[in-house]
Design a binder for this molecule. Structure first.
Ligand code: PDD
Length: 294
């Protein structure tokens, strides 16, 4: 089955889809995006993801391409046309197309909307989670508004590439004061010496992760204390447990940070309990409620 992608009003086969060469997303990374999990044909936390997309557009004065209900319809159709049961929806909204010129002022552009849906293997992800992953700490070289989910991802590409070269799957980014901000494409967590779940508090330095927020709700319901406070690599090395959160991997146990094994060197029991509870507590909306119109 060929994959179908939505671009600016059309559902096309991948090889036939494209954007203008002077799209500002391509020229300037003047563009925001979202990744939403599809789990058992359900969208996970769509309301929070679409709220964050609206916030990202608003912070950068990118015009919304359409109403939320129209966008939800496109998401549904894209999932359905690609027959995705487990995987991710990817949305990108660029400021639009104009002759290449840096300033935004006075430009009344029509935004570009891209929506794709890709199947991923749940069993492959579960077997990675059963073993846990390694992370390495690297300097955080990103800009001052990491709270906006932009496609300006080159620092994350470089950080993840150096993690892979070191045999790890994720990089934890360390700010100039030595505090861990977040993962290259996830939020970073530890279970600290006091058995509190600890993750950095929100600011312009990190993405307000949707999985992070839902996990805070889940922890509250299961009676686990959460503290939103930064930690450094040394504190992480001696943590009882560690994990990452993201829409594409939900809660991913971390068993090694740099050269240091975490806890027993296997996924921690509290991490695994939270991973199990996560989908039960998250908002779940059928991803393809309506029949596809081909
Ligand atoms: N990444 N921090 C960063 C820098 C991220 O890129 C992501 C998500 C997160 C976790 O956010 P959420 O829980 O809303 O997925 C934190 C997505 C999955 C990606 O870029 O593929």
């Amino acid at each position: 089955m060929s994959r179908i992608i939505y671009v600016n009003g059309h559902y096309r086969r991948y090889g036939e889809a494209g954007v203008h060469v002077e799209d500002r997303g391509l020229q300037f990374a003047d563009s925001v995006y979202e990744v939403i999990e599809i789990y058992n044909t359900q969208l996970i936390d769509p309301t929070r993801h679409l709220d964050r997309l609206e916030r990202s557009m608003n912070e950068l004065s990118i015009s919304p391409p359409m109403s939320r209900s129209a966008l939800s319809h496109i998401i549904e159709q894209t999932v359905r046309r690609n027959r995705v049961h487990n995987g991710i929806v990817y949305l990108q909204v660029t400021r639009g197309t104009a002759p290449r010129d840096f300033p935004i002022n006075g430009k009344d552009l029509s935004p570009t909307l891209i929506c794709s849906a890709r199947a991923t293997s749940r069993s492959a992800r579960d077997s990675i989670a059963a073993k846990g992953i390694s992370v390495v700490s690297v300097p955080d070289i990103r800009w001052g508004r990491c709270d906006i989910k932009t496609v300006m991802l080159l620092p994350a590409v470089l950080a993840k590439s150096s993690a892979h070269q070191a045999g790890a799957s994720e990089a934890w980014l360390v700010d100039t004061d030595g505090w861990i901000t977040e993962g290259a494409s996830s939020n970073a967590w530890i279970l600290n010496q006091d058995y509190e779940l600890q993750t950095r508090s929100l600011s312009h330095a990190l993405l307000p992760g949707i999985t992070r927020q839902t996990l805070i709700d889940v922890a509250g319901k299961t009676g686990i204390l959460v503290v939103e406070r930064a930690f450094n690599a040394k504190q992480a090395y001696t943590a009882k447990e560690a994990f990452n959160t993201s829409a594409s991997a939900t809660i991913m146990p971390v068993v090694r940070i740099d050269e240091q094994s975490i806890g027993s060197g296997t996924p921690g029991p509290i991490t695994l309990k939270l991973r199990q509870a996560f989908h039960h507590h998250a908002e779940r909306i059928p991803a393809s409620a309506r029949p596809a119109k081909y």
